[in-house]
Write a protein that binds this ligand. Structure first.
Ligand code: F6P
Length: 327
């Protein structure tokens, strides 16, 4: 007989639209399989401090459509320490929680990986981050909503850019990853996209703008916040020097990218992952992240999931696409 009777669930790191749908799926799957589900508030911080609540069917009613996370979230410095993780383990034991489901990104899984190996405690992860920067899943929960938020915002910027014959530099999120910039940039028809994975640099951008058509009235350059040039304002300074005739404006989209109603794609992905995580725990999965690759559910060890997508993996074909389409 399976000895798992009580599953804990938490959200950690930066929030992402669809986290609530994931919590709901974990709770409902837990109830379906006759388990108790314990919600843990504020991620690893709440785990360390014993902020536990019992989750029932009603506690997750009408949340599938809501952005943010009803369990709240935090980035925990204490959980980075052995003492913090020991305290967390003691809390789980004293609340009789037998396994943990963590919803978050690379920081969350780095902590989970240490925790599961140090205490031999079952942990399964769900990829919840707008950055889409995890290995072992085609998409993370929140990415689809975030890129649609960017596209909606930049379409508005394009209207005013076109009216005023302006060049806009739009900064989007992605501290270590350019995947929000890449996909949303293609979606808005950006003239150029700067992402850390491509190492284009300001010189490459200048070459691109110089070789591009001169008769376009508006230009949009999408910059990932993690790009080596250091954000939209730095890019703006260089371009203002180089192209004194361009009327340049800067727009940093910021945290609007993390909020809002999750898209249907994110709701479904999160729902599927939540159920798969509970079933995975019951089948003895641990130290792994649930993902979807080519439409199939797969489990990837945490230490592989957190390896950043490198230059090779942001396919040159995508970058060529940007170049072709910006003609
Ligand atoms: O990891 C998600 C993310 O939104 C990154 O894209 C961004 O760099 C970071 O979180 C911002 O974090 P904070 O909300 O703590 O400023």
């Amino acid at each position: 007989m399976n000895k798992i009777k009580n599953i804990g669930v938490l959200t950690s790191g930066g929030d992402a639209p669809g986290m609530n749908a994931a919590i709901r799926a974990v709770v409902r799957a837990g109830i379906y399989y006759d388990l108790k589900v314990t919600g843990i508030l504020r991620g690893y911080e709440g785990l360390i401090h014993g902020d536990f609540i019992e989750m029932d069917r009603k506690s997750v009613a009408n949340i599938i459509q809501r952005g943010g996370t009803i369990l709240k979230t935090a980035r925990s410095d204490a959980f980075r320490t052995r003492a913090g993780r020991e305290q967390a383990y003691e809390q789980l034991k004293s609340h009789e929680v037998d396994a943990l489901i963590v919803i978050g990104g690379d920081g969350t899984f780095t902590g989970a990986n240490l925790f599961t190996s140090e205490f031999d405690f079952p942990v399964v992860g769900l990829p919840g981050t707008i950055d889409n920067d995890l290995q072992g899943t085609d998409f993370t929960i929140g990415y689809d909503t975030a890129i649609n938020t960017v596209v909606n915002a930049v379409d508005k910027i394009r209207d005013t850019a076109e009216s005023h014959d302006r060049l806009f530099i739009v900064e989007v999120m992605g501290r270590d990853s350019g995947l929000i910039a890449l996909r949303s940039g293609i979606g808005v028809g950006a003239e150029a996209i700067l992402i850390p994975e491509a190492n284009m640099g300001v010189d490459g951008l200048i070459t691109r703008l110089e070789s591009g058509r001169k008769d376009k009235s508006s230009k949009i350059v999408v910059v990932a916040e993690g790009d080596e040039v250091g954000g939209a304002f730095n890019v703006g300074e260089v371009l203002k020097q180089r192209f004194p005739n361009y009327d340049i404006r800067i727009s940093v989209l910021g945290h609007i990218q993390r909020g809002g109603k999750p898209s249907c794609m994110d709701r479904v992905l999160a729902s599927r992952f939540g159920v798969a995580a509970v079933e995975g725990v019951l089948h003895g999965q641990t130290g792994v992240m649930v993902g979807q690759v080519n439409r199939e559910i797969v489990f990837t060890p945490f230490d592989h999931a957190i390896k950043h997508i490198d230059v090779q993996e942001v396919s040159p074909a995508w970058l060529k696409l940007v170049e072709i389409l910006s003609l």
